[in-house]
Design a protein around this ligand. Structure first.
Ligand code: PLP
Length: 380
C-alpha cells in the first residue's frame, strides 16, 4: 500500500499515508550529536559481533532500572534492527517442523520468518471483543508436542493491545506446565503505552530463563533508519545468536551503536514528548472513527495504530461496480477513492480489519478520517 500510495503521489495526487509503522518525529538532537561525535572519533570500523560492550552495558542498565530485570552483558546481542533480532532468534531456535504459536493479529513478518526457519506457524485467533488478547485456555489448546516457541508483541502491532501483569501471570501458569516452550516477547513499543507501566513476561522468575526479550531503538527514539535492535536472553541463546550473526551481518552499524548509547544514557524526555503527541492523536482518531457508520474500533492502549473492524462493508460495491470482498479490497478502495493509504488486516492474519497508523500530524489525521468517511459512504 505504501508503494501504491507513492505511485499515486508521483502522479500529483495528494495521498495521506497512514500505512507505515514509524514515528513521524525526528531522532532527538542529542542522539544525532552522538553519531556525529562517533564519526569524528573514528568509530568507523567493524564492531564486536554482538555490539560494543558499552552499548550492551547501557542495555543491561536500562533493563535493570526500567524493568527490574537482571541480565549480564553476555546475555545481550545487538542486531540490525529488532527485525534481525527476531529473525536470528527464530533461525537459532526453530528446527524444521517445529511449531511456533502466534496470536493473530500479529506483526506481518512473524509468520514469514517462521517459514524461513522451516517452522510451522500455529495461530490463535483473537477479535476486537476480547481486545485482541488470548486467554490461557486458548493458549493451552494451541500447544502440541511440537510446540517450540510462542511469540507475541505487547504493546501489539497492529492492535495496540497491552497485556496487564495479571493477564501475563495467567499465561505464565500455562507455560509452567510446558517447560520446553520458549517465549519471544517483542517489546519494541514498550514506551508507547498510554495506560499502564510496561510489564514484561520476563519479570516472572518461573519462565525468565526461556523468555527472549526483543527490543530496540526504532520506535521509542524515532530511529527506524538507524537499524538498532537487541535481544536479552539466556546465555546459550545469546551465544547462538552471536554465532549466527557472525556469519551473516556481523556487528550492526558502529555509528548507530554509539548513538544508541546516548539514547539510553540520556533518559526518556524525548520519548515522553512523543508519547504526549501520540496520546492526543489517539483520542482524535478514536472520536473520528466512532463517527463513521459501519466501522467498529476499540481504544488501543499502546503503540500508534488503530485496528478497526470493517467487515460490514464486505459485499458492497464501489461506484464502478467492483465488490469489496476483503480487507485488501477495502484498503485499495480507500486509496483510490479517499487517497488514504492503510493496510488490510489480512496482512496481519485477520481479514475483518484494517490498520491505520496515527503517526501523522493532527491535520493529516483529521483530513484522512474525513476522506475515509466520505469514501465509505460511496459503497452501496
Ligand atoms: N516488532 C514489531 C512488532 C514491529 O512493529 C517492528 C517494526 O515495525 C519491529 C519489530 C522491527 O523493528 P526494527 O525497526 O527495530 O527492525
Amino acid at each position: 500500500m505504501t508503494k501504491l500510495g507513492r505511485e499515486l503521489a508521483a502522479k500529483g495526487i495528494n495521498v495521506i499515508s497512514l500505512s507505515v509503522g514509524e514515528p513521524d518525529f525526528n531522532t532527538p538532537d542529542h542522539v544525532k550529536e552522538a553519531a556525529k561525535k562517533a564519526l569524528d572519533e573514528n568509530f568507523t570500523r567493524y564492531s564486536p559481533v554482538p555490539g560494543y560492550p558499552e552499548l550492551r552495558q547501557a542495555i543491561v542498565n536500562k533493563l535493570k532500572n526500567e524493568n527490574g530485570l537482571d541480565y549480564d552483558i553476555s546475555q545481550i546481542v545487538v542486531s540490525t534492527g529488532a527485525k534481525q533480532s527476531l529473525s536470528n532468534v527464530l533461525l537459532t531456535l526453530v528446527n524444521p517442523g517445529d511449531e511456533v504459536i502466534i496470536p493473530t493479529p500479529y506483526w506481518v513478518s512473524y509468520s514469514e520468518m517462521v517459514t524461513l526457519a522451516e517452522g510451522k506457524s500455529v495461530f490463535i485467533d483473537t477479535e476486537i471483543d476480547s481486545d485482541f488478547k488470548i486467554t490461557p485456555a486458548q493458549l493451552e489448546a494451541a500447544i502440541t508436542d511440537k510446540s517450540k516457541v510462542f511469540m507475541f508483541s505487547s504493546p501489539c502491532n497492529p492492535t495496540g493491545s497491552v497485556y496487564t501483569k495479571e493477564e501475563l501471570a495467567a499465561l505464565v501458569k500455562v507455560f509452567e506446565k510446558h517447560p520446553n516452550i520458549f517465549i519471544i516477547s517483542d517489546e519494541i513499543y514498550e514506551h508507547i503505552n498510554f495506560v499502564n507501566q510496561h510489564e514484561s513476561i520476563a519479570q516472572f522468575p518461573s519462565v525468565k530463563d526461556r523468555v527472549i526479550i526483543i527490543n530496540g531503538f526504532s520506535k521509542a527514539f524515532a530511529m527506524t533508519g538507524w537499524r538498532l535492535g537487541y535481544i536479552a536472553a539466556n546465555k546459550e541463546i545469546a551465544a547462538a545468536n552471536d554465532k549466527l550473526q557472525g556469519q551473516t551481518t556481523s556487528g550492526t552499524c558502529s555509528i548507530s551503536q554509539r548513538a544508541g548509547i546516548a539514547a539510553y544514557e540520556q533518559g526518556l524526555e524525548s520519548v515522553l514528548e512523543m508519547k504526549e503527541a501520540f496520546a492526543r492523536r489517539r483520542q482524535l482518531v478514536f472520536d473520528l472513527l466512532n463517527d463513521i457508520p459501519g466501522v467498529r474500533t476499540n481504544l488501543p492502549q499502546g503503540a500508534f495504530y488503530f485496528f478497526p473492524e470493517i467487515s460490514s462493508f464486505f459485499g458492497k460495491k464501489d461506484p464502478e461496480g467492483n465488490v469489496i470482498k476483503n480487507s485488501a479490497d477495502l484498503a485499495l478502495f480507500l486509496l483510490n477513492y479517499g487517497h488514504v493509504a492503510t493496510v488490510g488486516g489480512d496482512s496481519f492474519g485477520n481479514n475483518n480489519y484494517i490498520r491505520l497508523s496515527y503517526a501523522a500530524s493532527d491535520e493529516s489525521l483529521k483530513e484522512a478520517l474525513r476522506r475515509i468517511k466520505e469514501a465509505l459512504a460511496k459503497l452501496a
